[in-house]
Design a protein around this ligand. Structure first.
Ligand SMILES: *Cc1c(COP(=O)(O)O)cnc(C)c1O
Length: 394
């Protein structure tokens, strides 16, 4: 077919072209199919669809043409066989766990992951007999030591948020496979435009499409990408039964978002690097965390593993919480919100928001100091972002 992805198409081309199947109307842009169910030509066809003898749509909890276009496009961009779209990023992580784990199984996870994922593991999976052990993202020995005979999944985000630590995906994939485990990577911060974990050996990629894939802060959604057995059978099996499915409207917004993803990620990365360099030279800034800086401990790894360094950075100001709040409250352009991956730059104080529920000791261990500020660098002119931050830095 005309739009069948070719193996040698670059990610930016797949982002615009993969997954579209034109209808008889010959539309140029992708249509939205807001339908809950589908009709059959005959009772015999209905029976064949339900028994699985004949492929095709039955009900939009399972499949929908707009959602399928998004799934095929994202799968192609990640270099995976299969993708299932979900109602949110959290639904993607839940569906992965429910599809692949059973009582008695064990997860080893980076301790630097999205806070709600920790709540999902500790509060909602643990009562069903799935235990999680946490290790420092970049300490390969700690990962190795934490694996038990029951470990099924190694779980991580790289770069981490807000400290932008970078994990060696290939090394962790090798470790996982040595122990018959699966490596699951939350690729939310980089997106396939900058990093393709499956090509480095990871088994599954999960996404919050809510962030950069949408890119303009409109819809909640998620996705899981991997091979036919794990994603196409096991995780899809949970999704079609339990129903945390993506709506066709959201799928349409996300697939149009994918078309500009490579361009946007390059622009986010370029501005984030310029801002990191600006902050690094400021006398009131004690430290800047951004993988694009040569001073970053995993700068070389990030260079090798990613095609650019992403739009999220954090920095620490002199004077602790009071000084950090002063910088945040002095902004007039940046949005004070914990969200990220938007065209609008956002600023947040992790110690009192995203990491506010940790004890002082846990927070210190996680490296979240009182003077730390996180920025998700948007698409505004970098000059205006610098002016907005400089105001509160004195
Ligand atoms: C936001 C986020 C999630 C959760 O996604 P939702 O779409 O909000 O459910 C998961 N992982 C990371 C890294 C995130 O930033």
């Amino acid at each position: 077919m005309h739009n069948e992805p070719l193996n040698d198409w670059a990610v930016a081309t797949l982002a615009v072209r993969a997954g579209q199947q034109r209808t008889a109307e010959h539309e140029h842009a992708e249509p939205i199919f807001p339908t809950s169910s589908y009709v059959f030509d005959s009772a015999a066809q209905a029976a064949a669809r339900f028994s699985g003898e004949e492929p095709g749509n039955i009900y939009s909890r399972f499949t929908n043409p707009t959602v399928r276009t998004f799934e095929q496009r994202l799968a192609a961009m990640e270099g995976g066989e299969c993708c299932v779209a979900t109602a949110s990023g959290m639904a993607a992580i839940l569906s992965t766990c429910m599809g692949l784990l059973q009582s008695g199984d064990h997860i080893v996870s980076s301790n630097a992951i999205f806070g709600t994922t920790v709540v999902l593991f500790n509060k909602f999976l643990a009562p069903f007999g799935v235990q999680t052990r946490y290790v420092p993202l970049t300490d390969l020995m700690a990962w190795r030591k934490a694996i038990t005979a029951n470990t099924r999944i190694l779980f991580l985000e790289t770069p981490s948020n807000p400290l932008t630590e970078v994990a060696d995906i290939a090394a962790l994939a090798a470790l996982a496979h040595e122990h018959d485990c699966l490596l699951v990577v939350d690729n939310c911060l980089c997106t396939p435009a900058l990093q393709q974990p499956l090509k480095l050996g990871a088994d599954i990629v999960v996404h919050s499409a809510t962030k950069y894939i949408d890119g303009q802060g409109r819809c909640i959604g998620g996705a899981v990408v991997g091979n036919k057995d794990l994603v196409g059978e096991k995780i899809f099996g949970f999704l079609r039964t339990a129903g945390p499915s993506m709506s066709p409207f959201n799928a349409w917004v996300f697939l149009k978002g994918l078309e500009t993803l490579s361009l946007r990620m390059r622009a986010h990365s370029q501005s984030a690097l310029a801002l990191a360099q600006f902050l690094q030279q400021h006398s009131h800034v004690v430290a800047v965390h951004y993988p694009g800086l040569e001073s970053h401990p995993q700068h070389e790894l990030a260079r090798a593993q990613q095609s650019d360094f992403g739009g999220v950075l954090s920095f620490e100001v002199k004077g602790g919480k009071q000084a950090a709040w002063k910088v945040i409250d002095a902004t007039r352009l940046l949005s004070i919100t914990a969200n990220l991956g938007d065209a609008k730059s956002t600023i947040t104080h992790p110690a009192t928001t995203t990491h506010g529920r940790l004890t002082d000791e846990e927070r210190a261990q996680a490296g979240i100091t009182d003077g730390l500020i996180r920025i998700s660098v948007g698409l505004e002119d970098i000059k205006d972002i610098k002016i907005d931050l400089a105001r509160g830095l004195g």
